[in-house]
Design a protein around this ligand. Sequence first.
Ligand code: ADP
Length: 294
Amino acid sequence: MMSRILDECAAARSAGARRSFEAKNEAGAALQIDISPVLSKYGDREPIGTLAIVKDVTEKNRIETMRKDFVATVSHEFRTPLTLISGVIEMLRMYDDLPRADRSRSLEMLEIETERLKKLISELLMLSKMENRIFSSEPEPIDVAKVLGQVAAALAPLAEKKGQSLELSLNLGAASVRGDESWFFHAVQNLVENAIKYTPAGGAVVVEAASDERDLRIAVRDNGIGIAPEDIDRIFERFYRADKSRGSETGGSGLGLAIAKDIISLFNGEITVESAPGSGSVFTVRIPLSREAD
Ligand code: ADP
């Protein structure tokens, strides 16, 4: 490494021109090395030396790769539903006299796929808002019981459709958490929606909320399909979906948990999960209570 830099310095000096290159050091860090000849200010044309600037670009490269992967994944996620949509449109155009049942099945497909795209877009917007810390309001005390009630009300039809019970069990003191209420709603909604989605018909979903003197804890419990140990560490990654072979029937983008985790970390809290295949899952949100309100 050092000898390469010295060689390049000598080359820069004799050519009187800048050189740059990237290399890895012994510890595996990516370095960018820029070498420029140093000229005397008294006008000698011969350089009096060389200046080598060595920058550690490991982090920059990592972020760059992540950005590229992200763009590739997002494009792919968009392309799949769009391909389906344009296929269905083409078919509808080709067959004027499609039987009623086929026609309504096609329209249903168009509806499902456009919904999926709409959801994907709003989730991406949400991620970008969170990254840029764009809050829709000042941190305010959140009425946790009210928000959980709203989540339950919003998702009751979904649970009902699957013949599942959706139960709230609240044991909250007077203490409150502060933050953006709509973010909070969104995070809990994602967890409860997952509990319903990944639990077969007839199952049970319970949301328990309790606070002690330090923390608010919300546990979202289901008796659904559960999560395999090899997936558990990865489900919070963007676009990660366990068991992709299950196909599109449950229809998610794999962004829900990544968003929920980001939101809860804005509240200085954390989400943990306990789960085993076949015996359901418990997602627990822990948020420190805010003190300054009292
Ligand atoms: P999506 O639900 O859109 O696929 P999420 O980020 O919300 O994306 O979840 C990521 C993955 O984690 C899901 O695809 C699913 O495999 C798994 N998962 C999340 N919640 C549950 C749950 N309650 N039970 C079983 N698996 C779950």
